[in-house]
Every structure is written in C-alpha cells, then in structure tokens.
Design a protein around this ligand. Structure first.
Ligand SMILES: *[C@@H]1O[C@H](CO)[C@@H](O)[C@H](O)[C@H]1NC(C)=O
Length: 284
C-alpha cells in the first residue's frame, strides 16, 4: 500500500516536471459544423512557468497556412474581414481554456484553425500550436430529430415520447417542440469531442381522439430559418371495457362462493348420511 502511494507520488512529480511544464494544447482535430449556425471548438492549453491571469494572456486563433490571418483576436481590427464579428472566445484564458465560438458558419470556414497564446511576461512567451489544429467538416443540411416512441399506445395510460438531436453549438442549444400538449422535459448533454445532445421527453395520457393521429417533434437550430420535423403516427388501443372490469371480479367472487357452498353442501350431506361418530369427527 505504502509502495503504491509512493509510486503514485513519484508519477505525479514526474508528470508535473516532464509533461505539464511544456507548451501544450488539446483540441478536437475534426469538428462538424452546421452551415449558418454556430460551432464551438473546445480547446485547453498549458504553458511553462507560473500561471498568468486572463489579463496577461492573449489568445489568438489563426489559419494554419497563413499565421497572419487572424480568425480571432482581442484586437478586432486584426481579424480578417471574413471572420469579423463572427468569432468569440468562450473559454477563459486565465483558466487555460481557449474554446472558440464561430457564429453564422459559412461553407468555406473549414480551417484548419490553430490557437496561439501570447503571455505578457516577456517577448519570448509566445507559442502557435500549429501541430494541433482544428479542421471543420461542414454540414450543409440540418438533420431532422430522432423520435422514439411506441406506435401502439394504451388509452388512459401515460405514453412517453423521446426526441433528440446532436449538434456542436452549445452556446445556442437547438430547441425541440411538440405538436401535442403534455409534460415536457428538456435536457442538454455533453457527449464528448465537442458534440452535444439535446433531448426532449414528452409524456401524456392518450385518449380516443389521439388514435390515428401524428406526433411531431420539430427542431429549430440557432441561425437556421428552416425547421426540421420527425413525424410518427400513433394508434391508441382502447382501454379494456368497463364491463370486463366489473364482470371479472364478480365472476371470481361468485365462483368462489358457489364452490364453497357446493363443497359444504356435499360434505354436510356425507356427514349427515353417516351415524358413525368417527366419520362425523373427520368432517369437522
Ligand atoms: C471551456 O469553456 C467552455 C465555455 O465556457 C466550457 O463549456 C468548457 O467546459 C470549458 N472547458 C474546460 C476543459 O473547462
């Protein structure tokens, strides 16, 4: 146990001195983005030496092939025209977070884009992470949501419908709406590698009127005018008729009573028929 602890400690020290004390960036090399919507490129970084506050850290995103083509810079005048007003650093540099948001994504925004950090401590403390850049694959056409439900639902019993979409724009999550009233629960989930999932769960109790109707889940993406819908027909199984609900218990009770009565009658008859005391005793 002690040895394990020591090993663990040694490893940590090793890690701090050998790996942490270097210029390093962590990004997703391939991202998907929906044209005209937004995309957030996750990014975190490290540098040698003492941690600097945000005010002393400058973050820049530039194109890989042209280091002077700034896609993002604190100084807006340095950003290339095509990206002016469309990029924002959503991560806090002081927290070593360099995540970049690109809004109103255009079909030719593919990149690759690289992060560059400049520390205001001395002239030397600058680094462009050109070995770890982000390439964006464009999605021209948004996809409809995925809708899961049972087609056959039971009248009078709560039915659950689940609708979800995946996207890469966590700053403006897509909204999901239903064409049917009910209890509605939305959730947003980070599913890793810059991908997110929005899910809406609709619960309602179907009536006869819902039979052969359509359940529709519609998604609306940030920046995209068209809406996309998934449609499922539902069939409502009628509730078991009231007659059965009453008749079955009634039959049960009646049957049991008849059986008991018959048994008693039969036994009583047998007991009466015999005069032997032993026989009467066994009947009791
Ligand atoms: C970086 O910042 C973004 C936006 O605030 C956040 O979603 C993300 O979780 C942060 N990443 C890390 C590694 O903390």
């Amino acid at each position: 146990m002690k040895g394990q602890l020591l090993l663990h400690l040694l490893f940590q020290v090793f890690w701090v001195f050998v790996f942490a004390d270097v210029w390093k960036v962590k990004v997703e090399h391939e991202m998907k983005a929906l044209v005209s919507s937004c995309v957030v490129l996750p990014c975190s970084f490290q540098y040698p030496g003492t941690r600097q506050p945000s005010a002393r850290t400058r973050g820049i995103w530039h194109k890989k092939d042209k280091w002077d083509d700034y896609v993002y810079s604190e100084d807006k005048t340095l950003i290339v025209d095509n990206f002016k007003g469309r990029t924002r650093l959503v991560g806090r540099l002081g927290a070593l977070n360099c995540s970049l948001e690109i809004d109103e994504v255009k079909g030719h925004d593919n990149g690759p884009f690289c992060f560059r950090v400049e520390l205001q401590t001395s002239e030397k403390d600058k680094y462009s992470f050109v070995d770890n850049c982000v390439h964006i694959n464009m999605i021209e056409q948004a996809s409809q949501p995925e809708l899961h439900s049972d087609q056959a639902v039971q009248e009078g019993h709560p039915a659950i419908f689940r609708c979800s979409v995946r996207h890469t724009c966590p700053s403006y999550q897509p909204t999901l709406t239903w064409n049917h009233n009910g209890h509605n629960m939305m959730s947003f989930k980070d599913i890793g590698h810059g991908n997110w999932e929005v899910e809406s769960i609709l619960t309602f109790t179907p009536t006869k009127d819902d039979d052969h109707s359509d359940i529709t889940c519609t998604v609306s993406y940030h920046g995209v005018r068209d809406k996309f819908a998934a449609i499922r027909p539902i069939f409502v199984k009628a509730e078991q008729t009231d007659v059965n609900h009453i008749l079955i218990p009634v039959f049960c009770v009646l049957g049991a009573a008849l059986l008991a009565g018959g048994l008693c009658f039969f036994i009583g008859k047998r007991c009466n028929a015999t005069t032997a005391p032993t026989a009467r005793y066994s009947c009791e």
